[in-house]
Every structure is written in structure tokens, then in C-alpha cells.
Design a protein around this ligand. Structure first.
Ligand code: IMP
Ligand code: MG
Length: 176
């Protein structure tokens, strides 16, 4: 793997500190909940989700949904297709959606609209990365790990053309 095109933005240590911090915030918020249904949005969420759930101390179940957003690699159209849906109903559940990154927020907004038709009791969002400069719509996100500049990042679950998801840090991909 050619790492010469990748410049570190967030180190493994910075990420793990943030995961711990987010985990504590979630534990405080959900401390009196009897059950939380964690929904991971694949593929990007898998590293973040597997790290954060090990800090969580409230009763939870989890499942995954695989979506594909159209608009190629660097620009989202907000058109999201479900490739693999959840296995259970969200009706009357306390849902916590885990996502890797929001950019324009169009994809998450579409996911939010879809999931709300399933009538969960509540639905909240925890996202590792946000690019505030790219925001196109006002969609409220409950918890955000890092706000990052308008750069294309890979690693820690994030890809460019399905590559680099396995990097332990988050890096900026130079020259596409
Ligand atoms: P949005 O609809 O513009 O918010 O785009 C969100 C989706 O675009 C994410 O779920 C990612 O799949 C992808 N994406 C946006 N920015 C990046 C990035 O910097 N690296 C990798 N994927 C990204
Ligand atoms: Mg994604």
C-alpha cells in the first residue's frame, strides 16, 4: 500500500482519546435507558463502531445497514440506496445511529427520513467526523467527534474507491 500520498490528520492516539470521550458522553446520556438499538451505517462505520461499543455501559443491541450514496467518491448527491437493510423493526425503539463522516449531510438526512418512517421512539446520531464548511442542509447531529477542514480523508474505516479503510489513523489523501 502506497502511504506516501497520505498525510496524517488524526493519529491513532487522538482518535482513541476521542472515542473514550464520546463513550463517556453516551454513557451519561443513556444511563437510564432500558435498551438502545445501535444502527451502524456500513461500510464506513465498522472500525469506529467496534471501538466505541466497547466503552458503552448501557444495554444495547446492534445491527447494520449498508447504504450506497450516489455521486461517486468525493461529492454526494444525497441519493442513498439501501443495499442491505436492518433485520428487525425499529418501531418504538431508542435508536442510536453510528456513522463515520458527514460532509454535505445529504446522505444522513435521507437516512433519517427513511428511518423515521419506521416509527422509532427516538433517533439520535453519533458521527465521528464532520466537515462543517461543506454543510448544505441543517440536519441536527447529536454527537460529533471531530470537525475537520474541507479535505478528503481516508483510513479508520473511510475509503477512497474502497481502499485505505484498514489504516489505523485518519489521513488526507493528496492528489486524489
Ligand atoms: P454527504 O451526503 O455529503 O454528507 O456524504 C457522506 C458520505 O460521503 C459519507 O458517508 C462517506 O461515504 C462519503 N464521504 C464524504 N467525505 C468523505 C471523505 O473525506 N472520505 C471518505 N468518504 C467521504
Ligand atoms: Mg459512509
Amino acid at each position: 500500500m502506497d502511504l506516501s500520498k497520505i498525510e496524517t490528520l488524526l493519529s491513532e492516539k487522538e482518535i482513541s482519546n476521542k472515542i473514550k470521550e464520546l463513550g463517556e458522553i453516551l454513557n451519561e446520556h443513556y444511563k437510564n435507558y432500558k435498551s438502545v438499538y445501535v444502527v451502524g451505517i456500513l461500510n464506513g462505520c465498522f472500525v469506529f463502531l467496534s471501538d466505541i461499543i466497547r466503552y458503552l455501559r448501557f444495554p444495547l443491541l446492534f445491527d447494520f445497514m449498508t447504504v450506497r450514496s450516489y455521486g461517486k467518491y468525493v461529492e454526494s448527491s444525497g441519493v442513498v440506496q439501501i443495499i442491505k437493510d436492518l433485520n428487525v423493526s425499529l418501531y418504538n425503539k431508542n435508536v442510536l445511529v453510528i456513522e463515520d463522516i458527514i460532509d454535505t449531510r445529504l446522505s444522513l438526512m435521507t437516512i433519517d427520513t427513511m428511518l423515521k418512517t419506521r416509527q422509532p421512539r427516538e433517533i439520535r446520531y453519533c458521527v465521528l467526523l464532520d466537515k462543517p464548511q461543506r454543510k448544505k442542509i441543517d440536519m441536527f447531529v447529536d454527537w460529533i467527534g471531530f470537525s475537520i477542514p474541507d479535505v478528503f480523508v481516508v483510513g479508520y474505516g473511510l475509503d477512497y474507491a474502497e481502499k485505505y479503510r484498514n489504516l489505523s489513523f485518519i489521513g488526507i489523501l493528496k492528489n486524489g
